[in-house]
Write a new protein. Structure first.
Length: 333
């Protein structure tokens, strides 16, 4: 994340106008609903929004995570139709069913916004994303015809902490954001204590994070990646082969012939819905040559969570690492 972009699907001006006309009785289009308003600053400049928005649509899945963490609901969001929970599980608390949310897209890609569905959801506030691709900024006029729209900067997975604070600022929920950050800090400290109790010294333990990208490519996650940042918060060391990404990336791509560079004191193999044919065990072929495999310290984890770049996913990483290294989780052999 962010994911590769695709060309915008064209939308007839007349089709959009018709959809807006149908929803006009329930909203006031691009203007804040009647009542108090306030002014906020986004990547797209100054925006006047409802003081207490009640129907919020978000056009970036980490924004959905931030929204729910702050105690707000969404009327529309980006997801993946056809997947369990519409692909939203890593971005929602356990008590929220993603299948109940209206999708305003046919995929989670930032440029795949179905503005007809978005208009039908009748939001009174839209929170979008401003990425280096600039796709949503390019369709700002269309979004603003539906509801006041605030775009927030996203410069890569390293934005996950600041993104929560930005969403909190827009929604006047700074205190709730402090609670979220505090809960994360508490989880980190608790995990450190549990690891110490199990005789694990994070500073002396090199964790290898290996994403299975395809049947020919692996990606070694660096400390700049989302999971790399979380294990760094836990105090773990990293193998020298995973300290710096290639170019501007936060990962190092390799073919399977270079799997030896994925070794570590413990190896976490990230596999998710993006590669549904990924193996579930790792003791054959080139894997058998890794010291971590021989020591039975290789673990399969869900990349949908480990790559989600939000606090829900961060808690999952903490839980998975702690369970593995304290002996509660079984190795993937």
């Amino acid at each position: 994340m962010p994911e590769p972009t695709r060309p915008l699907r064209p939308l007839s001006v007349f089709a959009l106008a018709g959809t807006l006309a149908l929803t006009a009785c329930g909203t006031e289009g691009g203007s804040p609903a009647e009542g108090d308003t306030r002014t906020v600053q986004g990547a797209n400049g100054t925006v006047e929004i409802p003081d207490s928005p009640e129907r919020i649509a978000v056009l970036w899945r980490p924004t959905l995570a931030a929204l729910t963490l702050l105690g707000h609901d969404a009327v529309g969001t980006m997801g993946t139709p056809g997947e369990p929970d519409q692909g939203l599980a890593p971005f929602l608390p356990d008590d929220v069913d993603g299948a109940e949310l209206t999708l305003v897209t046919s995929s989670p890609v930032e440029d795949d916004v179905n503005v007809e569905e978005l208009a039908t959801a009748a939001p009174d506030l839209i929170i979008g994303v401003s990425t280096p691709n600039g796709t949503q900024a390019g369709m700002l006029d269309t979004l603003e015809a539906i509801a006041p729209t605030v775009l927030l900067e996203w410069e890569g997975t390293g934005s996950w902490r600041g993104h929560l604070e930005e969403v909190a600022r827009i929604l006047d929920s700074e205190e709730e954001a402090e609670e979220v950050v505090g809960a994360y800090d508490t989880a980190v400290e608790r995990a450190r204590a549990d690891l110490a109790g199990a005789g694990v010294d994070p500073a002396g333990t090199e964790l290898s994070l290996v994403r299975l990208q395809s049947d020919t490519e692996i990606r070694l996650e660096t400390p700049e990646s989302f999971p790399g940042q979380v294990v760094a918060d836990l105090g773990f060391a990293r193998p020298d082969s995973q300290l710096e990404g290639e170019g501007d990336t936060d990962f190092v791509p390799h073919s399977y012939e270079n799997l030896d560079r994925a070794d570590g004191d413990a190896v976490f193999v990230l596999a998710g819905s993006g590669y549904p044919d990924a193996p579930s065990t790792f003791s054959d072929g080139l894997w058998a040559n890794l010291g971590a495999v021989q020591e039975e310290r290789v673990y399969r984890v869900d990349h949908d969570f480990w790559g989600s770049a939000n606090y829900h996913g961060a808690h999952r990483i903490i839980e998975d690492v702690t369970a593995a290294l304290t002996g509660e989780a079984s190795p993937a052999l």
